[in-house]
Design a protein around this ligand. Structure first.
Ligand SMILES: Cc1cc2nc3c(=O)[nH]c(=O)nc-3n(C[C@H](O)[C@H](O)[C@H](O)COP(=O)(O)OP(=O)(O)OC[C@H]3O[C@@H](n4cnc5c(N)ncnc54)[C@H](O)[C@@H]3O)c2cc1C
Length: 321
Protein backbone atom coordinates (compact mmCIF):
# COMPACT_ATOMS: atom_id res chain seq x y z
CA UNK A 1 0.00 0.00 0.00
CA UNK A 2 1.47 3.42 -0.90
CA UNK A 3 1.61 6.30 1.57
CA UNK A 4 -1.32 8.07 -0.12
CA UNK A 5 -3.58 5.07 0.38
CA UNK A 6 -2.39 4.52 3.93
CA UNK A 7 -3.12 8.04 5.15
CA UNK A 8 -6.97 7.80 5.17
CA UNK A 9 -6.80 4.44 6.98
CA UNK A 10 -4.52 5.88 9.66
CA UNK A 11 -6.70 8.99 9.87
CA UNK A 12 -9.82 6.85 10.30
CA UNK A 13 -8.18 4.72 13.00
CA UNK A 14 -7.10 7.80 14.97
CA UNK A 15 -10.58 9.33 14.57
CA UNK A 16 -12.33 6.19 15.81
CA UNK A 17 -9.98 5.92 18.78
CA UNK A 18 -10.79 9.53 19.69
CA UNK A 19 -14.50 8.77 19.32
CA UNK A 20 -14.09 5.76 21.61
CA UNK A 21 -13.68 8.28 24.47
CA UNK A 22 -16.66 10.47 23.38
CA UNK A 23 -19.24 10.19 26.14
CA UNK A 24 -22.04 12.05 24.28
CA UNK A 25 -21.95 9.62 21.34
CA UNK A 26 -21.65 6.73 23.77
CA UNK A 27 -24.83 7.77 25.58
CA UNK A 28 -26.81 7.97 22.32
CA UNK A 29 -25.54 4.74 20.76
CA UNK A 30 -25.76 2.59 23.88
CA UNK A 31 -29.49 3.38 24.07
CA UNK A 32 -30.24 2.68 20.39
CA UNK A 33 -31.93 -0.71 19.97
CA UNK A 34 -30.49 -1.13 16.49
CA UNK A 35 -26.96 -0.76 17.86
CA UNK A 36 -27.66 -3.33 20.52
CA UNK A 37 -28.48 -5.99 17.94
CA UNK A 38 -25.33 -5.12 15.97
CA UNK A 39 -23.00 -5.48 18.93
CA UNK A 40 -24.03 -9.11 19.44
CA UNK A 41 -21.32 -10.27 17.08
CA UNK A 42 -18.65 -9.06 19.50
CA UNK A 43 -20.44 -8.99 22.88
CA UNK A 44 -21.99 -12.04 24.60
CA UNK A 45 -25.02 -10.13 25.89
CA UNK A 46 -26.16 -7.88 28.73
CA UNK A 47 -26.65 -10.45 31.46
CA UNK A 48 -24.62 -12.85 33.57
CA UNK A 49 -26.68 -15.73 32.11
CA UNK A 50 -25.73 -14.76 28.56
CA UNK A 51 -22.06 -14.56 29.53
CA UNK A 52 -22.27 -18.03 31.14
CA UNK A 53 -24.02 -19.42 28.03
CA UNK A 54 -21.26 -18.04 25.78
CA UNK A 55 -18.57 -19.61 27.97
CA UNK A 56 -20.40 -22.95 27.97
CA UNK A 57 -20.58 -22.91 24.16
CA UNK A 58 -16.84 -22.19 23.97
CA UNK A 59 -16.10 -25.03 26.36
CA UNK A 60 -18.09 -27.39 24.15
CA UNK A 61 -15.59 -26.63 21.38
CA UNK A 62 -12.50 -27.02 23.61
CA UNK A 63 -11.96 -23.29 24.07
CA UNK A 64 -11.38 -21.56 27.41
CA UNK A 65 -12.62 -18.08 28.27
CA UNK A 66 -11.68 -14.88 30.03
CA UNK A 67 -14.70 -12.73 30.74
CA UNK A 68 -14.84 -8.95 30.86
CA UNK A 69 -17.75 -7.09 32.45
CA UNK A 70 -17.80 -4.07 30.14
CA UNK A 71 -17.09 -0.62 31.53
CA UNK A 72 -14.06 1.63 31.93
CA UNK A 73 -12.93 5.05 33.17
CA UNK A 74 -15.41 5.01 36.06
CA UNK A 75 -15.69 8.39 37.78
CA UNK A 76 -18.27 7.27 40.32
CA UNK A 77 -17.31 5.14 43.36
CA UNK A 78 -20.78 3.52 43.37
CA UNK A 79 -20.22 2.38 39.78
CA UNK A 80 -16.88 0.83 40.79
CA UNK A 81 -18.68 -1.12 43.54
CA UNK A 82 -21.38 -2.15 41.07
CA UNK A 83 -18.69 -3.50 38.70
CA UNK A 84 -16.99 -5.43 41.50
CA UNK A 85 -20.32 -6.96 42.51
CA UNK A 86 -21.02 -7.92 38.89
CA UNK A 87 -17.75 -9.90 38.86
CA UNK A 88 -18.59 -11.60 42.17
CA UNK A 89 -22.00 -12.63 40.80
CA UNK A 90 -20.40 -13.82 37.58
CA UNK A 91 -17.79 -15.95 39.38
CA UNK A 92 -20.52 -17.62 41.46
CA UNK A 93 -22.59 -18.32 38.34
CA UNK A 94 -19.59 -19.72 36.45
CA UNK A 95 -18.73 -21.97 39.37
CA UNK A 96 -22.32 -23.22 39.73
CA UNK A 97 -22.27 -24.05 36.02
CA UNK A 98 -19.06 -26.06 36.55
CA UNK A 99 -17.05 -23.78 34.26
CA UNK A 100 -14.26 -22.52 36.54
CA UNK A 101 -12.50 -25.83 37.13
CA UNK A 102 -8.81 -25.69 36.23
CA UNK A 103 -9.14 -22.04 35.27
CA UNK A 104 -11.19 -22.91 32.18
CA UNK A 105 -13.16 -19.71 32.65
CA UNK A 106 -11.37 -16.81 34.32
CA UNK A 107 -12.06 -13.06 34.42
CA UNK A 108 -10.33 -10.01 32.97
CA UNK A 109 -10.51 -6.73 34.92
CA UNK A 110 -10.08 -3.14 33.83
CA UNK A 111 -8.80 -1.32 36.91
CA UNK A 112 -10.29 1.95 35.62
CA UNK A 113 -13.71 0.33 35.96
CA UNK A 114 -12.90 -0.59 39.58
CA UNK A 115 -11.92 2.92 40.71
CA UNK A 116 -8.37 3.58 39.42
CA UNK A 117 -9.54 6.69 37.50
CA UNK A 118 -11.34 8.25 40.49
CA UNK A 119 -8.38 10.35 41.67
CA UNK A 120 -7.57 10.69 45.38
CA UNK A 121 -7.96 7.23 46.86
CA UNK A 122 -8.81 5.77 43.43
CA UNK A 123 -5.86 3.38 43.22
CA UNK A 124 -6.55 2.10 46.72
CA UNK A 125 -10.23 1.57 45.89
CA UNK A 126 -9.32 -0.29 42.69
CA UNK A 127 -6.86 -2.46 44.60
CA UNK A 128 -9.43 -3.34 47.27
CA UNK A 129 -12.08 -4.15 44.66
CA UNK A 130 -9.59 -6.28 42.71
CA UNK A 131 -8.63 -8.06 45.94
CA UNK A 132 -12.23 -9.09 46.57
CA UNK A 133 -12.50 -10.41 43.03
CA UNK A 134 -9.22 -12.34 43.34
CA UNK A 135 -10.42 -13.84 46.63
CA UNK A 136 -13.66 -14.95 44.97
CA UNK A 137 -11.79 -16.33 41.94
CA UNK A 138 -9.47 -18.27 44.22
CA UNK A 139 -12.44 -19.74 46.10
CA UNK A 140 -13.88 -21.19 42.87
CA UNK A 141 -10.52 -22.40 41.54
CA UNK A 142 -9.85 -19.91 38.82
CA UNK A 143 -7.68 -16.90 37.96
CA UNK A 144 -7.83 -13.18 37.15
CA UNK A 145 -6.00 -11.11 34.53
CA UNK A 146 -5.56 -7.33 34.75
CA UNK A 147 -6.23 -5.77 31.34
CA UNK A 148 -3.81 -2.99 30.40
CA UNK A 149 -5.32 0.38 29.47
CA UNK A 150 -3.66 3.55 28.12
CA UNK A 151 -0.05 4.36 28.98
CA UNK A 152 -0.91 6.85 31.73
CA UNK A 153 -2.10 3.87 33.79
CA UNK A 154 0.71 1.39 33.08
CA UNK A 155 2.84 2.03 36.18
CA UNK A 156 -0.20 2.15 38.44
CA UNK A 157 -1.53 -1.13 36.99
CA UNK A 158 1.81 -2.91 37.41
CA UNK A 159 1.97 -1.56 40.99
CA UNK A 160 -1.45 -3.05 41.77
CA UNK A 161 -0.46 -6.28 39.99
CA UNK A 162 2.60 -6.63 42.24
CA UNK A 163 0.48 -6.16 45.37
CA UNK A 164 -2.14 -8.67 44.23
CA UNK A 165 0.55 -11.21 43.30
CA UNK A 166 1.83 -11.19 46.88
CA UNK A 167 -1.35 -13.11 47.79
CA UNK A 168 -2.31 -14.59 44.41
CA UNK A 169 0.82 -15.19 42.27
CA UNK A 170 -1.40 -16.35 39.41
CA UNK A 171 -2.82 -12.88 38.67
CA UNK A 172 -2.17 -12.30 34.97
CA UNK A 173 -0.36 -9.26 33.56
CA UNK A 174 -0.88 -7.66 30.16
CA UNK A 175 1.85 -6.00 28.08
CA UNK A 176 1.38 -4.02 24.85
CA UNK A 177 4.01 -4.29 22.12
CA UNK A 178 3.32 -0.77 20.83
CA UNK A 179 4.95 0.73 23.95
CA UNK A 180 8.73 1.25 23.84
CA UNK A 181 9.01 0.08 27.46
CA UNK A 182 7.45 -3.33 26.89
CA UNK A 183 10.55 -5.40 26.05
CA UNK A 184 11.95 -4.51 29.46
CA UNK A 185 8.59 -5.23 31.11
CA UNK A 186 8.65 -8.68 29.45
CA UNK A 187 12.11 -9.37 30.88
CA UNK A 188 10.85 -8.40 34.34
CA UNK A 189 7.72 -10.53 34.01
CA UNK A 190 9.12 -13.70 32.39
CA UNK A 191 9.62 -15.60 35.63
CA UNK A 192 8.19 -18.83 36.94
CA UNK A 193 4.46 -18.77 37.65
CA UNK A 194 3.99 -15.44 35.87
CA UNK A 195 1.05 -15.37 33.47
CA UNK A 196 1.65 -12.68 30.84
CA UNK A 197 -0.70 -11.71 28.03
CA UNK A 198 1.12 -10.12 25.09
CA UNK A 199 -0.99 -7.95 22.77
CA UNK A 200 -0.25 -5.13 20.32
CA UNK A 201 -2.21 -2.52 22.30
CA UNK A 202 -5.43 -0.80 21.38
CA UNK A 203 -5.33 2.81 22.63
CA UNK A 204 -4.32 6.01 20.86
CA UNK A 205 -0.82 6.64 22.18
CA UNK A 206 1.63 9.48 21.48
CA UNK A 207 4.94 9.05 19.67
CA UNK A 208 6.78 9.86 22.90
CA UNK A 209 5.81 6.46 24.35
CA UNK A 210 4.68 4.20 21.50
CA UNK A 211 5.60 3.01 18.02
CA UNK A 212 3.21 4.56 15.49
CA UNK A 213 4.15 2.34 12.57
CA UNK A 214 2.30 -0.98 12.34
CA UNK A 215 5.40 -2.88 11.21
CA UNK A 216 7.38 -1.53 14.20
CA UNK A 217 4.60 -2.70 16.54
CA UNK A 218 4.75 -6.16 14.92
CA UNK A 219 8.55 -6.33 15.19
CA UNK A 220 8.33 -5.36 18.84
CA UNK A 221 5.67 -8.06 19.33
CA UNK A 222 8.12 -10.69 18.00
CA UNK A 223 10.96 -9.43 20.23
CA UNK A 224 8.64 -9.60 23.26
CA UNK A 225 7.41 -13.03 22.22
CA UNK A 226 11.00 -14.31 22.08
CA UNK A 227 11.64 -13.08 25.62
CA UNK A 228 8.42 -14.58 27.00
CA UNK A 229 8.76 -17.91 25.19
CA UNK A 230 12.38 -18.31 26.32
CA UNK A 231 11.49 -17.35 29.90
CA UNK A 232 9.97 -19.40 32.71
CA UNK A 233 6.53 -17.79 32.78
CA UNK A 234 3.27 -18.66 31.04
CA UNK A 235 2.86 -16.60 27.83
CA UNK A 236 -0.64 -15.78 26.57
CA UNK A 237 -0.46 -14.69 22.94
CA UNK A 238 -3.35 -12.34 22.28
CA UNK A 239 -3.48 -11.67 18.55
CA UNK A 240 -5.51 -12.55 15.46
CA UNK A 241 -2.52 -11.86 13.24
CA UNK A 242 -1.80 -15.07 11.27
CA UNK A 243 1.91 -14.29 10.99
CA UNK A 244 2.32 -13.70 14.72
CA UNK A 245 0.29 -16.79 15.62
CA UNK A 246 2.57 -18.84 13.38
CA UNK A 247 5.74 -17.31 14.84
CA UNK A 248 4.44 -18.03 18.35
CA UNK A 249 4.03 -21.72 17.44
CA UNK A 250 7.55 -21.88 15.99
CA UNK A 251 9.07 -20.19 19.05
CA UNK A 252 7.16 -22.45 21.43
CA UNK A 253 8.56 -25.51 19.63
CA UNK A 254 12.08 -24.04 19.48
CA UNK A 255 11.98 -23.48 23.24
CA UNK A 256 10.70 -26.99 23.89
CA UNK A 257 7.44 -25.74 25.37
CA UNK A 258 4.67 -28.24 26.01
CA UNK A 259 1.24 -27.24 24.68
CA UNK A 260 0.03 -26.61 28.23
CA UNK A 261 2.82 -24.11 28.96
CA UNK A 262 1.37 -21.25 26.88
CA UNK A 263 -1.92 -20.28 25.27
CA UNK A 264 -3.38 -18.34 22.37
CA UNK A 265 -6.03 -15.72 23.07
CA UNK A 266 -8.51 -14.12 20.67
CA UNK A 267 -11.60 -11.96 20.97
CA UNK A 268 -15.16 -13.27 20.82
CA UNK A 269 -16.42 -13.14 17.22
CA UNK A 270 -13.01 -12.62 15.62
CA UNK A 271 -11.46 -15.43 13.58
CA UNK A 272 -13.58 -18.16 15.24
CA UNK A 273 -12.46 -20.69 12.62
CA UNK A 274 -8.83 -20.07 13.53
CA UNK A 275 -9.68 -20.41 17.22
CA UNK A 276 -11.23 -23.81 16.50
CA UNK A 277 -8.35 -24.91 14.28
CA UNK A 278 -5.80 -24.18 17.01
CA UNK A 279 -7.92 -25.92 19.65
CA UNK A 280 -8.42 -28.95 17.39
CA UNK A 281 -4.66 -29.33 16.92
CA UNK A 282 -4.26 -29.50 20.71
CA UNK A 283 -3.24 -25.94 21.52
CA UNK A 284 -4.78 -24.05 24.40
CA UNK A 285 -7.09 -21.29 23.17
CA UNK A 286 -8.82 -18.75 25.38
CA UNK A 287 -11.51 -16.41 24.06
CA UNK A 288 -12.04 -12.95 25.55
CA UNK A 289 -15.78 -12.68 26.23
CA UNK A 290 -17.12 -9.18 26.93
CA UNK A 291 -20.64 -8.72 28.29
CA UNK A 292 -22.76 -5.96 29.78
CA UNK A 293 -24.41 -2.88 28.33
CA UNK A 294 -21.40 -0.53 28.38
CA UNK A 295 -20.10 -1.81 25.05
CA UNK A 296 -19.37 1.51 23.33
CA UNK A 297 -15.63 2.01 24.04
CA UNK A 298 -14.90 -1.68 23.40
CA UNK A 299 -16.75 -1.74 20.08
CA UNK A 300 -15.21 1.52 18.82
CA UNK A 301 -11.72 0.10 19.40
CA UNK A 302 -12.65 -3.02 17.36
CA UNK A 303 -13.87 -0.69 14.57
CA UNK A 304 -10.59 1.23 14.65
CA UNK A 305 -8.65 -2.01 14.24
CA UNK A 306 -10.48 -3.23 11.16
CA UNK A 307 -12.43 -1.19 8.62
CA UNK A 308 -14.53 -4.23 7.62
CA UNK A 309 -15.92 -4.24 11.18
CA UNK A 310 -16.94 -0.61 10.66
CA UNK A 311 -18.63 -1.38 7.32
CA UNK A 312 -20.55 -4.20 9.04
CA UNK A 313 -21.68 -1.82 11.79
CA UNK A 314 -22.71 1.00 9.43
CA UNK A 315 -24.54 -1.38 7.09
CA UNK A 316 -26.52 -2.79 9.99
CA UNK A 317 -27.37 0.72 11.21
CA UNK A 318 -28.52 1.69 7.69
CA UNK A 319 -30.73 -1.41 7.35
CA UNK A 320 -31.81 -1.34 11.02
CA UNK A 321 -30.55 -4.91 11.20
C1 LIG B 1 -7.62 -11.82 24.24
C2 LIG B 1 -7.25 -10.40 23.97
C3 LIG B 1 -7.07 -9.54 25.03
C4 LIG B 1 -6.68 -8.22 24.80
N1 LIG B 1 -6.42 -7.41 25.87
C5 LIG B 1 -5.95 -6.15 25.64
C6 LIG B 1 -5.55 -5.31 26.72
O1 LIG B 1 -5.63 -5.66 27.89
N2 LIG B 1 -5.08 -4.08 26.41
C7 LIG B 1 -4.97 -3.62 25.13
O2 LIG B 1 -4.51 -2.50 24.90
N3 LIG B 1 -5.36 -4.40 24.09
C8 LIG B 1 -5.85 -5.64 24.31
N4 LIG B 1 -6.22 -6.42 23.25
C9 LIG B 1 -6.35 -5.83 21.89
C10 LIG B 1 -5.05 -5.89 21.14
O3 LIG B 1 -4.11 -5.02 21.72
C11 LIG B 1 -5.24 -5.49 19.66
O4 LIG B 1 -5.71 -4.19 19.60
C12 LIG B 1 -6.20 -6.38 18.91
O5 LIG B 1 -6.06 -7.71 19.28
C13 LIG B 1 -5.91 -6.27 17.41
O6 LIG B 1 -4.59 -6.65 17.13
P1 LIG B 1 -4.18 -8.02 16.40
O7 LIG B 1 -2.94 -8.52 17.07
O8 LIG B 1 -5.30 -8.96 16.43
O9 LIG B 1 -3.77 -7.60 14.97
P2 LIG B 1 -4.25 -6.50 13.91
O10 LIG B 1 -3.02 -5.69 13.61
O11 LIG B 1 -5.50 -5.80 14.29
O12 LIG B 1 -4.57 -7.45 12.68
C14 LIG B 1 -3.53 -8.21 12.11
C15 LIG B 1 -4.11 -9.25 11.19
O13 LIG B 1 -4.96 -10.13 11.94
C16 LIG B 1 -6.04 -10.56 11.11
N5 LIG B 1 -7.31 -10.08 11.66
C17 LIG B 1 -7.48 -9.12 12.57
N6 LIG B 1 -8.80 -8.94 12.83
C18 LIG B 1 -9.46 -9.78 12.04
C19 LIG B 1 -10.84 -10.07 11.79
N7 LIG B 1 -11.82 -9.40 12.42
N8 LIG B 1 -11.16 -11.04 10.90
C20 LIG B 1 -10.20 -11.71 10.24
N9 LIG B 1 -8.87 -11.47 10.39
C21 LIG B 1 -8.51 -10.52 11.29
C22 LIG B 1 -5.80 -9.93 9.75
O14 LIG B 1 -5.04 -10.83 8.97
C23 LIG B 1 -4.99 -8.70 10.09
O15 LIG B 1 -4.22 -8.22 9.03
C24 LIG B 1 -6.54 -7.75 23.46
C25 LIG B 1 -6.72 -8.63 22.39
C26 LIG B 1 -7.06 -9.94 22.63
C27 LIG B 1 -7.19 -10.86 21.46
Amino acid sequence: MDAGALAPAVWMKQGLLLLSRNTALRDVLEQAPVSRSVVRRFVAGDSTEQAVDAVRALKDSQRMATIDFLGEDTLDPAQATYTKNAYLTLLTALSEAGLTEGGGAEVSLKLSALGQALGGDGEKIALENAREICQAASAVGTTVTLDMEDHTTTDSTFGILRQLREDWPWVGAVVQSYLYRTEQDCRDLAHEGSRVRLCKGTYKEPESVAYQDKSEVDKSFVRCLKILMAGDGYPMIASHDPRLVEIAGVLAAANGRATDSFEYQMLLGIRPDEQQRLAAQGDRVRVYVPYGDEWYGYLMRRMAERPSNLRFFLRALATKG
